[in-house]
Design a protein around this ligand. Structure first.
Ligand SMILES: [Zn+2]
Length: 156
């Protein structure tokens, strides 16, 4: 098992239930590995050490076939291994997004499909920049579209 960082592995970056169901080989190319290492150290490890709760990303690297199968755009940063989707058990996704927005260096942070009144709904998408510190763009995506910023937190 190849480790990308203290708590995250290459297997977790490649893991996808949809890829398994459809028989898609989602193994990241070697050129992607340095990006996965950066995502692990810049996004996932700080979250892990802040909340001190083990978690595994729900979606990380996506090969072109898998990215198309999930209905994602061809410009998705998941294709490049620069984006990761995750939740932390016991933490409302809106609070997780707000903590990430205030404490991480990222290109784009999106609270996706969170519904107010349902703390466990949705997930957090976070990406690193191709170069430099990135845009630090914070968005909320719902079934009605995308808007800037995040909803109010529950526990902050
Ligand atoms: Zn995502």
């Amino acid at each position: 098992m190849t480790n990308l960082s203290d708590h995250f592995t290459l297997a977790e970056a490649a893991k996808s239930q949809l890829a398994e169901r459809k028989g898609i080989d989602n193994t990241p190319p070697a050129a992607i590995l340095p990006r996965l290492v950066r995502v692990a150290s810049q996004i996932l490890e700080p979250v892990r050490s802040h909340y001190r709760v083990p978690f595994s990303p729900s979606s990380w690297y996506r090969c072109p076939v898998l990215n198309a199968a999930v209905g994602s755009k061809g410009t998705s940063q998941h294709l490049a291994g620069r984006a990761v989707d995750f939740e932390v058990p016991g933490v409302a996704n809106v609070d997780l997004a707000r903590w990430c927005a205030s404490n991480l260096t990222f290109d784009q942070l999106i609270l996706e499909f969170y519904r107010e009144g349902n703390p466990a709904s949705g997930w957090v998408h976070c990406s690193i920049a191709k170069e430099g510190v990135g845009r630090g763009e914070v968005l909320t995506l719902t079934k009605d579209g995308v808007r800037p910023g995040l909803p109010p937190g529950l526990n902050q």
